[in-house]
Ligand binder design. Structure first.
Ligand code: AVI
Length: 321
């Protein structure tokens, strides 16, 4: 193939939330008695880089535990998953995790989905040069709200790939809603999903409050992102990172805690935070394997296969039917 005939990935940016709606959502969260901001706002350009750094921290076990599971069980996966399906990578980022499966799964098409196609441009173009015969599509969409793929994502069976335990950032009720939509979007294929499991608090909490302070920076960077989005005047030094395991709800909670009395202003509104008042920024649910299996069945999947690491820290599920 000469350079001029090299296949290029296609890109589609789906319609996102209007800026005014984003501002209204954020302002409502900030003035709520218990202030709360959706974790999706942790991921501006710097937040995405900080998250990548988190995945390399010694305390953050999920990424490497999941990678080892995929490496060890790739042949078994390849035997179970439909051959030559469309591989839909939800939250693709740098596309690396899915690319490691190409050799085993031999997908007919690769659809990389992320909130913005800008994040996908360079990684997908680079991947296309490595796999010139593979049909590739980059899709910019916020699938946390609704997972309806456009016709360009192709007909026939799809393998929806949702690694990284991002399902844990939904409440269990939101997770079931998402899983139902994933089942419909799979068009008779299935869902390959990574799930973080319950484990001792001595392992869980440092993963979200690391010694280097990268997770603290990731959490506080949300304030800088908010300042840009709504024109607020948050000062990072007025806030401390807090992360702990809520055993009753089986989730890590991340908060930003005011270290002194703080007044925050933005066009049209303001809020006084007393010292120690908090903004809830993220939940990360930890499941027991059987409980997640039950969620998959509640969402309509009738057949599930699960792989776990020897310590039982992380699980990969293949759900279909
Ligand atoms: C993206 N998500 C699965 C991460 C998690 O573990 O819940 C986000 C994260 N927050 C703090 N550290 C990592």
């Amino acid at each position: 193939m000469s350079p001029s005939t090299l296949r290029q990935p296609r890109f589609i940016q789906m319609h996102g939330q209007e800026r005014a709606a984003v501002r209204a959502e954020l302002a409502a969260g900030l003035i709520a008695p218990q202030a709360i901001i959706s974790p999706k706002y942790l991921y501006d350009a710097l937040g995405s880089r900080l998250f990548d750094a988190i995945t390399e921290l010694p305390e953050y076990y999920p990424t490497r535990t999941e990678a080892a599971l995929f490496k060890e069980h790739a042949p078994a996966l390849a035997a179970l998953l439909p051959p030559h399906a469309t591989l839909v990578d939800l939250g693709a980022g740098n596309c690396e995790k899915a690319a490691r499966l190409f050799g085993w799964l031999q997908p007919a098409r690769y659809v990389a989905v992320d909130i913005s196609v800008d994040f996908l441009q360079s990684s997908l173009s680079c991947l296309q040069r490595q796999y010139p015969a593979l049909d590739m599509l980059g899709l910019g969409m916020d699938f946390s709200a609704a997972l309806t793929l456009p016709p360009e994502a192709g007909e026939g069976a799809r393998v929806l790939f949702y690694p990284g335990s991002s399902i844990g950032n939904f409440t269990p009720a939101q997770a079931v809603h998402f899983l139902r939509q994933a089942r419909a979007a799979a068009q008779g294929g299935g869902l390959l999903i990574g799930v973080d499991l319950v484990k001792p608090v001595e392992i869980l909490e440092p993963a979200y409050d690391d010694a280097l302070g990268v997770t603290a920076a990731f959490n506080k960077n949300l304030l800088l992102h908010l300042n840009r989005l709504i024109g607020s005047d948050f000062r990072v030094q007025d806030w401390a990172h807090q992360a702990y395991f809520n055993a009753t709800l089986s989730r890590i909670e991340m908060h930003l805690r005011a270290v002194r009395d703080v007044s925050v202003h933005w066009p049209g509104a303001q809020r006084q935070f007393r010292m120690s008042e908090r903004i809830h920024t993220e939940n990360s649910y930890k499941y027991r394997g059987a409980d997640f299996d039950a969620l998959l069945r509640q969402a309509g999947f009738s057949q599930t296969t699960v792989w776990q690491d020897p310590q039982g820290w992380f699980a990969v599920f293949w759900a279909h039917g």
